[in-house]
Design a protein around this ligand. Structure first.
Ligand code: GLP
Length: 247
């Protein structure tokens, strides 16, 4: 695992975008695993900028997103489908048919989960998976639990996550309680993992994930077992790790 320090959110975003760009340049038909949330927004803005300047070409790239709220349609502004169109996919030359995200409207959970696992498999796996980290160290929507979930699954979101995500909705009642998410195995099978974190609110989660015991109670802690993880985090997110003299 390599930890790259950034002074703030902007620097974190540029470094993360550089790593993703390197992947796309080295392998123009790369499979990019993408994430939502506020953490990757700056990274996506930077990628769009470089695309517009002619430095990046996504025409052969495939994308697979980590997760989607169950019950939200793609046209719902809070859906992750909508988020991805608005913040990245709608602004670059990736082919719409090469982009994938769980179908929040599919009510047959088993069907949707196996469909999504098959997509990842048929693409030959993920080259680089971008991850944010939840306050409770969830990745994708793999919430703390008693076991690591393997493949794509339907999750009941924790109160902590519902609370954290309520900032995007007009009321708590509107926040979906369930989501489809890639599992830990889907994530761990990615050839490279790029974990980004910004802000003091992530300091504890990041410390637990990178230096604490590997346990399903801290889903991101499993990343310690992955051979190729890049962590790009800003000073605030790294504060606890530094305080403990680990960096
Ligand atoms: C959501 C997403 C995660 C994301 C997390 C943190 O729960 N499913 O993929 O990492 O939020 O979000 P943020 O980056 O906004 O802090």
């Amino acid at each position: 695992m390599r930890i790259y320090q950034a002074k703030d959110y902007n620097e974190m975003s540029r470094k993360a975008a550089n790593i993703i760009s390197a992947q796309v340049i080295m392998k123009p038909d790369a499979v990019l695993g993408l994430a939502t949330g506020s953490s990757p927004l700056g990274t996506y803005r930077q990628l769009i900028d470089w695309y517009r300047k002619g430095d990046l070409d996504f025409s052969e790239v495939h994308t697979v997103n980590l997760d989607e709220y169950k019950g939200l349609s793609p046209s719902n502004p809070q859906s992750y489908y909508y988020f991805m169109q608005e913040n990245l996919l709608g602004h670059i030359n990736v082919k719409p048919e090469n982009t994938n995200i769980p179908n929040g409207l599919e009510t047959d959970e088993a069907l949707e989960c196996s469909r999504y696992n098959d997509i990842i498999k048929k693409l030959g796996g993920i080259d680089i998976q971008l991850l944010g980290i939840g306050n409770n160290a969830h990745i994708g929507f793999n919430e703390p639990g008693d076991a690591f979930e393997k493949g794509t699954h339907c999750v009941r979101l924790t109160e902590n996550t519902i609370q954290a995500n309520s900032r995007f909705f007009s009321s708590m009642d509107e926040v979906p309680r369930y989501a489809y998410s890639m599992g830990i195995q889907n994530i761990m099978e990615a050839r490279y993992i790029l974990l980004i974190a910004s802000g003091a609110a992530k300091a504890q989660a990041l410390y637990n994930a990178l230096f604490g015991p590997i346990t399903p109670a801290v889903p991101a802690s499993i990343l310690q077992l992955h051979p190729n993880v890049f962590v790009v985090a800003d000073t605030d997110a790294l504060s606890l790790i530094k305080e403990k003299g680990l960096l």
